[in-house]
Each structure stands twice: as C-alpha cells, then as structure tokens.
Design a protein. Sequence first.
Length: 278
Amino acid sequence: MGFVKVVKNKAYFKRYQVRFRRRREGKTDYYARKRLVIQDKNKYNTPKYRMIVRVTNRDIICQIAYARIEGDMIVCAAYAHELPKYGVKVGLTNYAAAYCTGLLLARRLLNRFGMDKIYEGQVEVNGDEYNVESIDGQPGAFTCYLDAGLARTTTGNKVFGALKGAVDGGLSIPHSTKRFPGYDSESKEFNAEVHRKHIMGQNVADYMRYLMEEDEDAYKKQFSQYIKNNVTPDMVNIYLNTLLAYRKNCLFCLIRGCSLNMCLFHVVEQVRCGFVGR
C-alpha cells in the first residue's frame, strides 16, 4: 500500500477526538492499564489490586491501589526515603533499596489487615524464586499485580527488585525469574546467587572497591555521601539489620504525635471564612 496523505480539512477536525489527558501528557500507558484494572465479571465489585512501583531521581515509590470510577484508591504505601529510619542512610534508589521498599510495603500492608503473623514470607534472603501460597483455614494470600508504568521492563530493572521484596514480604504476585539479575537468556538458567548480591548491595560494594584501587578521586566524588555516613563496602549487615527491623516495626511514621489512624486517613478540610476574615 502506497503512502496516503492525510487531508486535514474541516471534516477531519470536526471528527477529531483527543486522547486521554494522561496519554497526552505521556504519563499513562492505557493499553497496559486497561488490562491491569478490568476485573472478571463473575467477581462483581471485588477490587483488583495493583502494586504500583515508580522510580524517581531521588526516591522509590511503592503503593497498593485499586481502581474506582472516581480514581485510584491507595490502600498502602512505602517510600525509599523512609529507609534511613531503619538504618539505610545512602543509596536510596539502587536495586537493594528497591527490594527494601517492596518488603516494607508488604509487611505494612499485611500488618494493616492482621495477616502479618500468618504470612511471614521469605525470612532468609537467598535471591531464589519464591511464591506465596494460601494456607488452609486462614485468609487467602493477598494477591496483586505489578504495575510498572512506563518503565522499560528489561532484565535487572529496579522495578523487579521492589517486586521481589514484596513477594519475600508475603504478597502473592504472579511473576517469573526471567527479569531478575542473574538470569541468562541464552542458557535459560537463573543464578540466584547473583540476584542475592544485588539485593544485598554487593554490586555497588564491588564497584566501590574497584574505584578505591583505580581512581581515588572518582571514588570520593561518586561515593561522597557514603564516605560522609561512614558506609564501607562491607555493607551486608546494614541491609540484613534493616530487613529484620521491618518485621519488628513496619508502621507508618507518625506525624506530630497524631494517632496512626489520623496519620493514614487525615483529610485537610478548608475552614469556612466569615465576614471578618474577608
């Protein structure tokens, strides 16, 4: 078929329909969203939960949400900027931080629904494949689906680090090992030890040691915050202690002494202005 020029005359513009606003802004992939949001008709009004993962320049955002006509309802959220409270003070956007944020989200969500004692998840971090199964006589495992947004879902992406953290934390999320670090597409084999090194930040530690030996000036420039916080390449214990701290206390941080319910569900209402105020 040859090239056909689009004639943009009056008839064209009369029938032109603009795309959705968030598509025009380049923020939402509606092809993917449609498939993540639509629920089976025999489940009626049952929410279909999504695990939303977004990586910004200085933060990692993990949320559990479900769709309504009014908009998405956020059930629970965890952020990488909360990690310093648990011991991880630097490197808040690397793969290890993504894993920690996903794990924090899972423990916080299960604690909110009273299921944190039932579904402990994977306590020992080994990087291998793990799936949560429902326990007989208990509430079913919390199931949700990964929403990666516009991220390029390549092997080793930090989005899958957050996914692995949520699964190890006790959430049931359908996935495979093909996009985890350590998977070889040629041999079709998965090396769990490589994945564990990324979870524990050993890939960063190896590069730190390399720069310390090869170019000390570059090391001081790139890892200045690590040096400032006295973080050495032997950082395995930092992440191990952080993961243990999640299981002891995963509650959302309180703001100005308010109760947890006020902190999670606080709505700012506009105060009515009287005649004097005008």
